[in-house]
Design a protein around this ligand. Structure first.
Ligand code: KDG
Ligand code: MG
Length: 407
Protein backbone atom coordinates (compact mmCIF):
# COMPACT_ATOMS: atom_id res chain seq x y z
CA UNK A 1 0.00 0.00 0.00
CA UNK A 2 1.36 3.39 -0.95
CA UNK A 3 1.45 6.07 1.77
CA UNK A 4 -1.19 7.98 -0.15
CA UNK A 5 -3.55 5.00 -0.39
CA UNK A 6 -7.03 5.96 0.78
CA UNK A 7 -10.47 4.43 0.89
CA UNK A 8 -11.93 4.85 -2.60
CA UNK A 9 -15.31 3.13 -2.31
CA UNK A 10 -17.62 1.62 0.28
CA UNK A 11 -20.38 -0.70 -0.95
CA UNK A 12 -23.10 -2.51 0.92
CA UNK A 13 -24.33 -5.80 -0.48
CA UNK A 14 -27.53 -7.39 0.77
CA UNK A 15 -27.95 -10.97 -0.34
CA UNK A 16 -30.17 -13.90 0.59
CA UNK A 17 -28.59 -17.23 -0.40
CA UNK A 18 -31.02 -19.19 1.77
CA UNK A 19 -31.13 -16.46 4.44
CA UNK A 20 -30.31 -12.75 4.54
CA UNK A 21 -26.78 -11.39 4.90
CA UNK A 22 -25.33 -7.90 4.69
CA UNK A 23 -21.74 -7.68 3.45
CA UNK A 24 -19.61 -4.54 3.51
CA UNK A 25 -16.99 -4.03 0.79
CA UNK A 26 -14.27 -1.41 1.24
CA UNK A 27 -12.00 -0.76 -1.75
CA UNK A 28 -8.79 1.28 -1.54
CA UNK A 29 -7.31 3.50 -4.24
CA UNK A 30 -4.65 0.76 -4.69
CA UNK A 31 -7.44 -1.70 -5.49
CA UNK A 32 -7.27 -3.71 -2.27
CA UNK A 33 -10.69 -5.00 -1.20
CA UNK A 34 -11.70 -5.68 2.41
CA UNK A 35 -14.89 -7.51 3.43
CA UNK A 36 -16.93 -7.08 6.60
CA UNK A 37 -20.15 -8.65 7.92
CA UNK A 38 -23.01 -6.30 8.83
CA UNK A 39 -25.80 -8.85 9.32
CA UNK A 40 -28.24 -8.10 12.13
CA UNK A 41 -30.87 -10.83 12.02
CA UNK A 42 -34.33 -9.44 11.24
CA UNK A 43 -33.06 -5.84 11.10
CA UNK A 44 -30.66 -6.20 8.14
CA UNK A 45 -31.81 -3.15 6.20
CA UNK A 46 -31.36 -0.81 9.17
CA UNK A 47 -27.64 -1.57 9.28
CA UNK A 48 -27.39 -1.42 5.47
CA UNK A 49 -28.93 2.09 5.52
CA UNK A 50 -26.75 3.20 8.45
CA UNK A 51 -23.68 2.13 6.50
CA UNK A 52 -24.77 3.48 3.12
CA UNK A 53 -26.21 6.79 4.30
CA UNK A 54 -24.06 7.71 7.28
CA UNK A 55 -20.80 5.76 7.30
CA UNK A 56 -19.75 5.28 3.66
CA UNK A 57 -19.55 9.02 2.88
CA UNK A 58 -17.33 9.52 5.95
CA UNK A 59 -14.94 6.72 5.07
CA UNK A 60 -14.10 7.73 1.51
CA UNK A 61 -10.72 9.46 1.51
CA UNK A 62 -9.64 8.08 4.91
CA UNK A 63 -6.44 6.09 5.48
CA UNK A 64 -7.46 2.39 5.53
CA UNK A 65 -4.48 1.52 7.73
CA UNK A 66 -5.89 3.51 10.66
CA UNK A 67 -8.14 0.74 11.96
CA UNK A 68 -8.30 1.83 15.60
CA UNK A 69 -8.67 5.52 14.76
CA UNK A 70 -11.55 4.71 12.41
CA UNK A 71 -13.23 2.68 15.18
CA UNK A 72 -12.88 5.63 17.57
CA UNK A 73 -14.06 8.06 14.89
CA UNK A 74 -17.23 6.06 14.17
CA UNK A 75 -17.95 5.28 17.83
CA UNK A 76 -17.21 8.64 19.46
CA UNK A 77 -18.04 10.63 16.34
CA UNK A 78 -21.64 9.42 16.21
CA UNK A 79 -22.23 10.96 19.67
CA UNK A 80 -25.07 8.41 20.11
CA UNK A 81 -23.49 5.49 21.91
CA UNK A 82 -23.73 1.75 21.47
CA UNK A 83 -26.81 -0.14 20.23
CA UNK A 84 -26.94 -3.10 17.85
CA UNK A 85 -27.32 -1.12 14.61
CA UNK A 86 -24.43 1.26 15.27
CA UNK A 87 -22.13 -1.41 16.68
CA UNK A 88 -22.84 -3.87 13.87
CA UNK A 89 -22.02 -1.14 11.34
CA UNK A 90 -18.79 -0.32 13.19
CA UNK A 91 -18.02 -4.04 13.44
CA UNK A 92 -18.36 -4.45 9.68
CA UNK A 93 -15.99 -1.55 8.99
CA UNK A 94 -13.48 -2.85 11.53
CA UNK A 95 -13.46 -6.38 10.06
CA UNK A 96 -13.09 -5.00 6.51
CA UNK A 97 -10.17 -2.77 7.54
CA UNK A 98 -8.40 -5.68 9.28
CA UNK A 99 -8.95 -7.67 6.07
CA UNK A 100 -7.26 -4.89 4.08
CA UNK A 101 -4.42 -4.63 6.59
CA UNK A 102 -3.78 -8.35 6.33
CA UNK A 103 -3.90 -8.33 2.54
CA UNK A 104 -1.49 -5.37 2.36
CA UNK A 105 0.89 -7.06 4.82
CA UNK A 106 0.54 -10.42 3.06
CA UNK A 107 -0.41 -12.00 6.41
CA UNK A 108 -3.48 -13.70 7.84
CA UNK A 109 -5.08 -11.42 10.43
CA UNK A 110 -4.23 -13.75 13.33
CA UNK A 111 -0.54 -13.11 12.65
CA UNK A 112 -1.11 -9.36 13.00
CA UNK A 113 -2.89 -10.03 16.32
CA UNK A 114 0.24 -11.63 17.77
CA UNK A 115 0.23 -15.03 16.09
CA UNK A 116 -1.34 -18.33 17.01
CA UNK A 117 -1.62 -19.35 20.65
CA UNK A 118 -3.26 -22.65 19.67
CA UNK A 119 -3.25 -24.90 16.62
CA UNK A 120 -7.01 -24.90 16.07
CA UNK A 121 -10.17 -23.55 17.64
CA UNK A 122 -12.58 -25.89 19.44
CA UNK A 123 -16.08 -25.55 18.03
CA UNK A 124 -19.55 -26.62 19.05
CA UNK A 125 -22.53 -27.25 16.87
CA UNK A 126 -26.26 -27.81 17.37
CA UNK A 127 -28.13 -31.04 17.96
CA UNK A 128 -31.87 -30.72 17.79
CA UNK A 129 -34.74 -33.18 18.14
CA UNK A 130 -38.42 -32.76 18.79
CA UNK A 131 -38.30 -35.51 21.42
CA UNK A 132 -35.46 -37.11 23.35
CA UNK A 133 -34.87 -40.10 21.00
CA UNK A 134 -34.69 -37.70 18.02
CA UNK A 135 -32.29 -35.49 19.98
CA UNK A 136 -30.00 -38.41 20.77
CA UNK A 137 -29.93 -39.38 17.08
CA UNK A 138 -29.01 -35.82 16.24
CA UNK A 139 -26.22 -35.83 18.85
CA UNK A 140 -24.88 -39.07 17.35
CA UNK A 141 -24.94 -37.54 13.86
CA UNK A 142 -22.94 -34.51 15.03
CA UNK A 143 -20.44 -36.75 16.82
CA UNK A 144 -19.99 -38.70 13.60
CA UNK A 145 -19.07 -35.40 11.96
CA UNK A 146 -16.32 -35.13 14.57
CA UNK A 147 -17.84 -32.64 17.01
CA UNK A 148 -16.71 -33.01 20.62
CA UNK A 149 -19.00 -30.25 21.86
CA UNK A 150 -22.71 -30.22 21.06
CA UNK A 151 -25.55 -27.89 22.03
CA UNK A 152 -28.67 -29.91 22.88
CA UNK A 153 -32.22 -28.54 22.47
CA UNK A 154 -35.50 -30.48 22.47
CA UNK A 155 -39.18 -29.83 22.05
CA UNK A 156 -41.28 -29.49 25.20
CA UNK A 157 -44.41 -31.64 25.69
CA UNK A 158 -47.49 -29.46 25.24
CA UNK A 159 -45.77 -26.79 23.13
CA UNK A 160 -45.91 -26.67 19.33
CA UNK A 161 -42.86 -24.49 18.80
CA UNK A 162 -39.71 -24.31 20.88
CA UNK A 163 -36.53 -22.27 20.45
CA UNK A 164 -33.76 -24.27 18.82
CA UNK A 165 -35.93 -27.08 17.45
CA UNK A 166 -37.90 -27.60 14.27
CA UNK A 167 -40.49 -30.35 14.33
CA UNK A 168 -39.69 -33.05 11.79
CA UNK A 169 -36.52 -31.38 10.53
CA UNK A 170 -32.86 -31.99 11.23
CA UNK A 171 -31.72 -28.38 10.92
CA UNK A 172 -32.91 -25.28 12.72
CA UNK A 173 -33.07 -21.75 11.35
CA UNK A 174 -34.46 -19.15 13.76
CA UNK A 175 -35.48 -16.50 11.21
CA UNK A 176 -38.70 -17.14 9.32
CA UNK A 177 -39.25 -15.67 5.88
CA UNK A 178 -42.34 -13.51 5.57
CA UNK A 179 -43.67 -10.06 6.25
CA UNK A 180 -44.23 -10.56 9.98
CA UNK A 181 -42.75 -12.62 12.82
CA UNK A 182 -44.12 -16.04 13.64
CA UNK A 183 -45.81 -16.04 17.07
CA UNK A 184 -44.69 -18.89 19.34
CA UNK A 185 -46.52 -19.90 22.52
CA UNK A 186 -44.23 -20.35 25.52
CA UNK A 187 -44.77 -22.08 28.85
CA UNK A 188 -41.89 -21.81 31.30
CA UNK A 189 -43.28 -24.38 33.75
CA UNK A 190 -43.59 -27.00 31.01
CA UNK A 191 -40.01 -26.25 29.94
CA UNK A 192 -38.67 -26.50 33.48
CA UNK A 193 -40.42 -29.83 34.00
CA UNK A 194 -38.93 -31.27 30.81
CA UNK A 195 -35.46 -29.79 30.29
CA UNK A 196 -33.51 -31.40 33.20
CA UNK A 197 -34.59 -34.91 32.18
CA UNK A 198 -33.78 -34.32 28.52
CA UNK A 199 -30.31 -32.98 29.39
CA UNK A 200 -29.67 -35.90 31.75
CA UNK A 201 -30.66 -38.33 28.99
CA UNK A 202 -28.20 -36.67 26.63
CA UNK A 203 -25.41 -37.01 29.19
CA UNK A 204 -26.22 -40.63 29.88
CA UNK A 205 -26.21 -41.29 26.13
CA UNK A 206 -22.84 -39.70 25.31
CA UNK A 207 -20.88 -40.55 28.46
CA UNK A 208 -18.38 -38.19 30.08
CA UNK A 209 -16.17 -37.25 27.12
CA UNK A 210 -18.49 -35.06 25.06
CA UNK A 211 -19.08 -31.42 26.03
CA UNK A 212 -22.80 -30.64 26.24
CA UNK A 213 -24.22 -27.11 26.07
CA UNK A 214 -27.77 -25.79 26.40
CA UNK A 215 -29.37 -22.46 25.47
CA UNK A 216 -32.26 -21.24 27.65
CA UNK A 217 -32.64 -18.23 25.36
CA UNK A 218 -33.49 -15.54 27.92
CA UNK A 219 -36.62 -17.25 29.24
CA UNK A 220 -36.24 -17.49 33.04
CA UNK A 221 -36.51 -15.36 36.14
CA UNK A 222 -33.48 -15.45 38.49
CA UNK A 223 -35.26 -17.88 40.81
CA UNK A 224 -36.18 -20.21 37.96
CA UNK A 225 -32.65 -19.99 36.61
CA UNK A 226 -31.19 -20.91 40.00
CA UNK A 227 -33.50 -23.91 40.22
CA UNK A 228 -32.64 -25.08 36.71
CA UNK A 229 -28.92 -24.65 37.39
CA UNK A 230 -29.21 -26.85 40.47
CA UNK A 231 -31.33 -29.42 38.69
CA UNK A 232 -28.77 -29.90 35.89
CA UNK A 233 -25.58 -29.81 37.94
CA UNK A 234 -24.99 -33.55 37.58
CA UNK A 235 -25.23 -33.23 33.77
CA UNK A 236 -21.85 -31.46 33.87
CA UNK A 237 -22.69 -28.93 31.15
CA UNK A 238 -19.96 -27.00 29.40
CA UNK A 239 -22.35 -24.06 29.78
CA UNK A 240 -25.94 -23.04 30.35
CA UNK A 241 -26.63 -20.07 28.09
CA UNK A 242 -28.76 -16.95 28.54
CA UNK A 243 -30.69 -18.12 31.58
CA UNK A 244 -32.17 -14.64 32.07
CA UNK A 245 -32.49 -11.67 29.70
CA UNK A 246 -29.52 -10.15 31.61
CA UNK A 247 -30.68 -6.60 31.17
CA UNK A 248 -30.64 -6.39 34.95
CA UNK A 249 -27.28 -8.04 35.54
CA UNK A 250 -27.54 -7.78 39.31
CA UNK A 251 -30.00 -10.70 39.27
CA UNK A 252 -27.27 -13.09 38.19
CA UNK A 253 -25.87 -12.86 41.74
CA UNK A 254 -28.87 -14.84 42.92
CA UNK A 255 -28.25 -17.52 40.29
CA UNK A 256 -24.57 -17.71 41.22
CA UNK A 257 -25.36 -18.13 44.92
CA UNK A 258 -27.35 -21.27 44.19
CA UNK A 259 -25.50 -23.13 41.46
CA UNK A 260 -22.02 -23.73 40.11
CA UNK A 261 -23.27 -24.55 36.59
CA UNK A 262 -21.10 -22.51 34.17
CA UNK A 263 -23.03 -19.57 32.73
CA UNK A 264 -22.61 -18.04 29.26
CA UNK A 265 -24.22 -14.72 28.34
CA UNK A 266 -23.70 -11.92 25.85
CA UNK A 267 -24.79 -12.74 22.30
CA UNK A 268 -27.10 -9.69 22.29
CA UNK A 269 -24.51 -7.37 23.87
CA UNK A 270 -22.80 -4.78 21.68
CA UNK A 271 -19.92 -3.38 23.70
CA UNK A 272 -17.53 -3.99 26.56
CA UNK A 273 -19.75 -1.82 28.72
CA UNK A 274 -22.60 -4.34 28.73
CA UNK A 275 -20.08 -7.04 29.66
CA UNK A 276 -18.31 -5.07 32.37
CA UNK A 277 -20.45 -5.93 35.41
CA UNK A 278 -20.86 -9.56 34.44
CA UNK A 279 -17.09 -9.89 34.07
CA UNK A 280 -15.81 -7.87 37.01
CA UNK A 281 -18.33 -9.40 39.43
CA UNK A 282 -17.63 -12.86 37.99
CA UNK A 283 -21.32 -13.45 37.33
CA UNK A 284 -20.59 -15.51 34.21
CA UNK A 285 -17.96 -17.96 32.98
CA UNK A 286 -18.15 -17.28 29.23
CA UNK A 287 -18.77 -14.11 27.22
CA UNK A 288 -20.83 -14.74 24.09
CA UNK A 289 -20.31 -11.43 22.27
CA UNK A 290 -20.10 -11.75 18.51
CA UNK A 291 -17.42 -10.13 16.39
CA UNK A 292 -20.08 -8.56 14.14
CA UNK A 293 -22.49 -7.20 16.74
CA UNK A 294 -19.87 -6.06 19.23
CA UNK A 295 -17.80 -3.71 17.12
CA UNK A 296 -15.50 -6.02 15.18
CA UNK A 297 -12.14 -7.62 15.80
CA UNK A 298 -10.72 -4.59 17.64
CA UNK A 299 -13.53 -4.46 20.20
CA UNK A 300 -13.87 -8.23 20.68
CA UNK A 301 -10.17 -8.27 21.58
CA UNK A 302 -10.81 -5.58 24.19
CA UNK A 303 -13.63 -7.61 25.73
CA UNK A 304 -11.33 -10.65 25.77
CA UNK A 305 -8.60 -8.65 27.52
CA UNK A 306 -10.99 -7.51 30.26
CA UNK A 307 -12.39 -11.02 30.65
CA UNK A 308 -8.88 -12.51 30.91
CA UNK A 309 -8.20 -10.53 34.07
CA UNK A 310 -11.17 -12.28 35.70
CA UNK A 311 -10.39 -15.74 34.26
CA UNK A 312 -13.49 -15.58 32.11
CA UNK A 313 -13.33 -17.00 28.60
CA UNK A 314 -14.83 -16.18 25.22
CA UNK A 315 -17.32 -18.43 23.40
CA UNK A 316 -18.58 -16.22 20.57
CA UNK A 317 -21.96 -16.43 18.94
CA UNK A 318 -21.88 -18.23 15.58
CA UNK A 319 -25.32 -19.26 14.32
CA UNK A 320 -26.31 -19.17 10.63
CA UNK A 321 -27.04 -15.43 10.85
CA UNK A 322 -23.38 -14.66 11.59
CA UNK A 323 -21.98 -14.71 8.06
CA UNK A 324 -18.92 -16.67 6.93
CA UNK A 325 -17.00 -13.35 6.90
CA UNK A 326 -17.72 -12.89 10.61
CA UNK A 327 -16.97 -16.52 11.37
CA UNK A 328 -13.56 -16.07 9.71
CA UNK A 329 -12.92 -12.88 11.69
CA UNK A 330 -13.91 -14.58 14.94
CA UNK A 331 -11.53 -17.46 14.21
CA UNK A 332 -8.58 -15.08 13.77
CA UNK A 333 -9.37 -13.77 17.26
CA UNK A 334 -9.83 -17.35 18.45
CA UNK A 335 -6.50 -18.58 17.18
CA UNK A 336 -4.58 -15.65 18.71
CA UNK A 337 -6.40 -15.01 22.01
CA UNK A 338 -5.43 -17.09 25.08
CA UNK A 339 -8.83 -16.96 26.83
CA UNK A 340 -10.86 -17.94 23.76
CA UNK A 341 -12.60 -21.19 24.75
CA UNK A 342 -14.89 -22.25 21.94
CA UNK A 343 -16.56 -21.02 18.74
CA UNK A 344 -20.20 -21.75 17.95
CA UNK A 345 -20.47 -23.20 14.44
CA UNK A 346 -24.00 -23.87 13.34
CA UNK A 347 -22.97 -24.33 9.72
CA UNK A 348 -24.39 -22.94 6.46
CA UNK A 349 -26.44 -24.09 3.49
CA UNK A 350 -24.65 -24.91 0.22
CA UNK A 351 -25.53 -21.57 -1.47
CA UNK A 352 -23.90 -19.66 1.40
CA UNK A 353 -20.63 -21.51 0.85
CA UNK A 354 -20.79 -20.56 -2.84
CA UNK A 355 -21.44 -16.85 -2.26
CA UNK A 356 -18.88 -16.59 0.56
CA UNK A 357 -15.69 -18.32 -0.52
CA UNK A 358 -13.76 -18.94 2.64
CA UNK A 359 -10.31 -20.03 3.68
CA UNK A 360 -11.55 -21.13 7.10
CA UNK A 361 -12.14 -24.83 7.45
CA UNK A 362 -13.73 -27.35 9.77
CA UNK A 363 -12.16 -30.68 10.68
CA UNK A 364 -12.45 -33.02 13.62
CA UNK A 365 -14.50 -30.76 15.89
CA UNK A 366 -12.25 -27.76 15.32
CA UNK A 367 -12.09 -24.71 13.08
CA UNK A 368 -9.09 -22.90 11.59
CA UNK A 369 -9.19 -19.45 9.93
CA UNK A 370 -6.79 -20.48 7.14
CA UNK A 371 -3.50 -18.92 6.14
CA UNK A 372 -4.37 -16.60 3.30
CA UNK A 373 -3.67 -12.86 3.74
CA UNK A 374 -6.44 -10.95 5.49
CA UNK A 375 -9.57 -12.49 6.99
CA UNK A 376 -9.76 -15.03 4.18
CA UNK A 377 -13.37 -14.70 3.00
CA UNK A 378 -14.31 -13.25 -0.41
CA UNK A 379 -17.82 -12.55 -1.63
CA UNK A 380 -18.86 -13.61 -5.14
CA UNK A 381 -20.77 -10.43 -5.97
CA UNK A 382 -22.34 -11.70 -9.20
CA UNK A 383 -23.72 -14.74 -7.42
CA UNK A 384 -24.81 -12.66 -4.40
CA UNK A 385 -26.85 -10.44 -6.75
CA UNK A 386 -28.86 -13.47 -7.81
CA UNK A 387 -30.26 -13.80 -4.26
CA UNK A 388 -32.12 -10.58 -3.46
CA UNK A 389 -33.17 -9.65 0.09
CA UNK A 390 -36.29 -11.37 1.38
CA UNK A 391 -38.15 -10.00 4.41
CA UNK A 392 -37.56 -12.31 7.36
CA UNK A 393 -38.01 -11.95 11.09
CA UNK A 394 -37.10 -13.78 14.26
CA UNK A 395 -40.16 -15.22 16.01
CA UNK A 396 -41.84 -13.52 18.95
CA UNK A 397 -43.09 -15.39 22.02
CA UNK A 398 -46.33 -15.08 23.96
CA UNK A 399 -47.35 -16.85 27.17
CA UNK A 400 -50.47 -19.00 27.25
CA UNK A 401 -52.45 -15.96 28.42
CA UNK A 402 -51.40 -14.04 25.30
CA UNK A 403 -48.91 -11.67 26.95
CA UNK A 404 -45.55 -11.06 25.31
CA UNK A 405 -42.46 -12.66 26.79
CA UNK A 406 -38.81 -12.89 25.72
CA UNK A 407 -38.19 -15.07 22.72
O1 KDG B 1 -30.40 -14.08 15.60
C1 KDG B 1 -30.69 -14.76 16.77
C2 KDG B 1 -30.09 -16.13 16.72
O2 KDG B 1 -28.85 -16.05 16.20
C3 KDG B 1 -30.03 -16.73 18.10
O3 KDG B 1 -31.32 -17.03 18.49
C4 KDG B 1 -29.15 -17.96 18.12
O4 KDG B 1 -29.21 -18.02 20.50
C5 KDG B 1 -28.66 -18.32 19.46
C6 KDG B 1 -27.41 -19.10 19.54
O5 KDG B 1 -26.94 -19.29 20.65
O6 KDG B 1 -26.90 -19.49 18.50
MG1 MG C 1 -27.90 -18.25 22.17
Amino acid sequence: MSRTDTIAAVDVIVTSPGRNYVALKITTTDGVVGWGDATLNGRELAVAAYLRDHVAPLLVGRDPARVEDTWQFLYRGAYWRRGPVTMTAIGAVDIALWDIKGKVAGQPVYQLLGGAVRDRVLSYTHATGWDVPELLDSVDAQRERGFRAVRVQTGVPGLDTVYGVTRGATGYEPAGRGAAPVVEVWDTDAYLRHAPGALAAAREHVGPDVQLLHDVHHRLTPGQAARLGRAVESVDLFWLEDVTPAENQEVLRHVRRHTTVPLAIGEVFNTIWECQQLITEQLIDFVRTCVTHAGGISHLRRIAALAEVWQIRLGPHGPSDVSPVALGASLHVGLSTPNFAIQEYMGYGPQVHEVFQHAWSYADGHLHPGDVPGVGVEVDEALAARFPYEPAYLPVARRRDGSMTDW
